[in-house]
Design a protein around this ligand. Structure first.
Ligand code: SF4
Length: 727
């Protein structure tokens, strides 16, 4: 049996949400930007299936192979059920959506049918952590279980985004260049140079000593926009080429959602060209942590233009041409002009910090059209100056392409009228302070425009265009083309059904499965809902919530995550409780996430105050985590530009965005947050939600019906009893 090829996609099928005026060229350029590795993708034969004599029951059931090989074996009915459903989906070429709660053992439940299928299957995860767990833990375990004598091997590889891998050419080019700044960078450079000689993969995860926030790494990674592909002298030894070769020889390819959608976007833009994209052809895909698909897909089918990207281009042009001693006066003049115009244009964008809608684009262009055109011309001028170079170093072709892409994308985010796209701005870092000269007289009666500006600080400004609804795109370009997609996660169902998730993702035809839990939630967890607290939207809430958190932490003796829906609320409650609790308190932001988690695990009775990033993907087993307190129902921030656009779109079509979108999305998030507590059969503890709208509002029922079957109380005495504090 051979891996199946995914049918080619038509670029026109994704163009419907892009502006007609920008057209195919825009989309091609937008999408090609993300990853480019033109390597042949001919399907490869797959090894003879080593498990074909073994039924799933014989593997998972008591007395079966798993029980003989897994030290912590327990029979999990849900695991066997899920494995059978995945096998059926693969065999019958159907889609499956399956909610498998913590403790199901879902990775083995899909890996075994995948191995038995004889197809090349992509497994796409939401996080690198799960990707690494699959590759470094689950696959070796399965190999040792299936081939105890070491006489067989599974053909598996993992692939990450290109920026995780070292670019050998950049490293060699940097050698001897006096461009490293500071001792730290010199030390990092030496470590990377030594590692490059021995690493088989070039994946930075191998280089534990390299700080997460290394400023040097982004200058050495293998991202596509700076790669010259087959023209590169290191092409044959390139880690990206090697990664692709490994994938072509593998039956299971483990990727993450970001890489999957980046690749899909490129293939769509290339209209099925055989050498487009980086992932090999495959017969099926398993999306684990599938609750994240909508957001990731939205990112890769959108467009982002920033002053950072333009500055990077200018710097790359100057550095490269200086190295090649081909930096002419005319190109220097073009980069200088581009730098000035970029700075001016981005400083004129509407003020605001964080994420906000760019609603008045037309008025903005009316007022600042000259600066916009100047920037467009400066990008065009740089591209044509580079084009006219008589002897072009290979990188120059890349620079020309990048300048043209920026022009097309800039035009799109400023001028497109596409109705399925939300246009927004994200500003990070220092806010610019601009001193304007007096505006010129305006005979047309329109508001005057500043005639000049002086800049004092610079912020990073991102102009974004994001599809509001990715469902039509995913339906036509993914689910209708794929034979089998399995979507799984611990949090996909709302009120026991998948209507919400299927609607958001455009998954029309799929078998549905909610697996029975492996945990006894009635005995292992108590959910406390205080009926007497104020509405969390009132000013009285914080003081009363602080009292209640203190009381709950006394009962549980710390050992708790306090999870908040905003930084402001987290900081306020942290400051109120800091001097009042006798337990060590950790605060998100005081240290990197992994360091904080390690400190939490090793500090007796610790309490961690945290926000969104700790609501999912965090695993603390045992007594050290005996309590999870959540401040309020986690509705998405309504003024967030993407949320607001989705709400508006649903309401405009006659729907009810609150019930169709905001409540179900918050249900999924709440399930994720509470899911931190019970991670094994031996875990037990308290869940508390301080927002009693769950009891008082009619929509609260949807939350309660969607949560696992925890014991539930509104009485603090019952909580004390649960922890053995009363008779
Ligand atoms: S092909 Fe060359 S330029 Fe491209 S990532 Fe590989 S080493 Fe770097």
């Amino acid at each position: 049996m051979v891996g199946r090829r995914v049918p080619g996609h038509s670029a026109s099928s994704v163009l419907f949400f892009f502006d007609k005026g920008v057209g195919t060229r825009c989309l091609e350029l937008v999408l090609r930007l993300i990853i480019e590795t033109p390597v042949s993708t001919t399907p490869q034969p797959v090894v003879v299936n080593p498990t074909e004599t073994l039924s799933l029951y014989q593997f998972f059931a008591p007395g079966g192979l798993l029980s003989q090989t897994h030290a912590a074996y327990e029979f999990r009915r849900g695991q066997l059920q899920m494995a059978q459903a995945v096998e059926q989906a693969l065999r019958e070429k159907r889609h499956l959506i399956a909610e498998a709660g913590t403790g199901t053992g879902k990775t083995l439940a899909y890996l075994l049918p995948v191995i038995r299928s004889g197809k090349r299957v992509l497994i796409s995860t939401g996080t690198k952590n799960l990707q690494e767990q699959l590759f470094h833990k689950d696959i070796p375990f399965l190999e040792s279980a299936l081939f105890p004598n070491g006489d067989g091997k599974l053909r598996v590889c993992y692939m990450k985004g290109r920026n995780n891998y070292l670019c050998r050419k950049k490293l060699y080019d940097l050698t001897g260049q006096p461009v490293l700044s500071g001792l730290q960078e010199i030390e990092q450079y030496r470590a990377i140079a030594e590692w490059e000689k021995v690493t088989p993969t070039g994946d930075r995860a191998e280089l534990a000593s390299l700080p997460e926030a290394s400023m040097l790494w982004p200058r050495l990674d293998a991202r596509a926009e700076k790669c010259i592909n087959q023209k590169c002298s290191e092409w044959d030894r390139c880690f990206i080429t090697e990664m692709h070769r490994r994938a072509m020889e593998s039956d299971i390819v483990i990727v993450n959602h970001h890489l999957f959608f980046a690749d899909l976007a490129i293939k769509l833009s290339a209209e099925g060209a055989p050498d487009a994209g980086i992932l090999p052809d495959f017969g099926a895909v398993i999306f684990d942590e599938a609750h994240e698909l909508e957001d990731v897909a939205g990112t890769y089918f959108g467009v982002t233009v920033s002053n950072v990207r333009i500055d990077d281009l200018i710097r790359d042009v100057e550095t490269s041409l200086l190295r090649h001693k081909t930096l002419s006066e005319s190109i220097t003049s073009a980069t200088r002009s581009l730098r000035d115009r970029t700075q001016l244009f981005f400083s004129l964008l509407p003020p605001g910090e964080g994420r906000f809608a760019f609603e008045n684009r037309r008025e903005f262009l009316e007022e600042n059209g000259d600066e916009f055109l100047s920037l467009m011309q400066a990008l065009g001028r740089l591209a044509s100056e580079l084009q006219t170079m008589s002897e072009k170093p290979e990188e120059v072709f890349n620079f020309i392409r990048r300048a043209e892409e920026l022009r097309v994308q800039l035009s799109f985010v400023l001028e497109s009228e596409d109705r399925n796209t939300v246009f927004w701005i994200e500003r990070r870092g220092a806010r610019p302070r601009i001193e304007r000269e007096p505006a010129s007289p305006n005979p047309g009666g329109r508001p005057g425009r500043a005639s000049g500006a002086t800049f004092h600080e610079k912020s990073n400004v991102f102009l974004q265009a994001t599809p509001i609804d990715v469902a039509p795109l995913l339906r036509s370009c993914l689910f209708e083309k794929l034979e089998t997609a399995v979507l799984t996660s611990a949090t996909l169902a709302v009120g026991g059904g998948f209507e919400y998730m299927r609607g958001r993702l455009g998954l029309e035809h799929a078998r549905e499965l909610v697996l029975p839990s492996h945990f006894d939630y009635q005995k292992q967890a108590i959910l406390y809902l205080p009926p007497d607290l104020s509405d969390p939207r009132t000013p009285q809430f914080v003081a009363r919530a602080a009292d209640r958190i203190r009381r709950l932490l006394e009962i549980t003796r710390g050992r708790a995550f306090c999870l908040f829906t905003s930084y402001a609320q987290m900081n306020e409650l942290y400051n109120r409780l800091l001097g009042e609790l006798e337990y060590p308190i950790l605060l998100q932001g005081d240290a990197p996430k992994t360091a904080l988690l390690e400190e939490f695990r090793t500090t007796p009775n610790a309490v961690l105050f945290a926000t969104a990033s700790f609501w999912q993907g965090v695993d603390v087993q045992g007594e050290q985590l005996s309590c999870v307190i959540i401040d309020r129902l986690p509705f998405a921030v309504p003024r967030d530009p993407i949320v607001a656009a989705r709400v508006h779109a649903i309401d405009a079509e006659g729907g009810n965005a609150f019930y169709q979108y905001q409540v179900p999305a918050a249900v999924i998030t709440l399930k994720q947050g509470f899911g931190r507590l019970i991670r094994s059969l031996n875990d037990r503890g308290l869940l508390a939600l301080l927002d009693n709208r769950i009891l008082k509002k009619s929509y609260g029922r949807v939350f309660l019906e969607s949560l696992p079957d925890y014991a539930r109380t509104t009485d603090l005495a019952k909580v004390e009893e649960f922890f053995g504090l009363t008779a």
